[in-house]
Design a protein around this ligand. Sequence first.
Ligand code: SF4
Length: 293
Amino acid sequence: MHFTGRTWRPNYEANSCIIQMTSGCTYQKCHFCNLYKDEPFALSSLAEFEEDLNEIKSYQPNAKRIFITGANPFALNYERLKPYILTVRDYLIKCQAIAMFARIQDIKNKEIWQLRKLRAMGVNGLSIGTESGDDDTLLLANKGYTSQDILEQCRKLDEAGIEYYFVYMTGLAGKGAGYRNAINSAKIFSQLNPYFISVDSLTLFSDTKLYDKAKRGEFIPAGEKERIRELQTFIQNLRIRTHLFANSKSNFYPIAAYLPKERNSAIRELQYVIDTVDEQEMNAYRNSLQSLE
Ligand code: SF4
């Protein structure tokens, strides 16, 4: 397999076949992120991609789902993406979903008819690192889009029938702003149809702009209890039927809930953690984290 640089996939893609089509990130400007630092975006050749598909076919001829690596392979426009997607079908006839990461901006370069065609070719399951739906937080994190962009672009995915997943990041708005972030994000996300929402919590890594800001006193990180209260508020205000997974390593307390059915029990469980664990213990956990997960 032709893996170069950092190979990263979400934990929920653990059972998918992983293949490299791109490496690096086209954007590289989010202030909390160091994932693809110094790794410029690159597209693998179709020949290399095909060799890897052949290898996958040799040990998993019935693969049903593949996950294409790189921070945002969906940045490729329709014409450039199409030959790669069609080649998957040449090798993996039973493959039902070709999933990948996408930025909100990556959807902009595609018309709805193109998205529909990609869906028909098997593209399904876009992991979108929205992080927030609150404009001030999006600006602070330098995500490069607004809440209105999230609405406009994801409505196109809804129309094309492409399944997508959101990421929400607690703590990203900074101390005292978690409540606002949760309310505004829930309002935006509730107007869309994410198949599930995955929740991470901000960890400040030393080679990021946000870390530098924190050192200069321009960004004050939210405490751990504030983040859990933020998550409670987010859960409380989401008005869609969806799954929420706040169980990656960056969450002090792992929790998963099917909403709205498990809304109250999830909020109660989080309250128990707030009431029984002290902030110091939570901080020690945060400081022990070595990577973005
Ligand atoms: S968060 Fe995603 S889009 Fe932003 S710089 Fe990191 S990899 Fe790129």
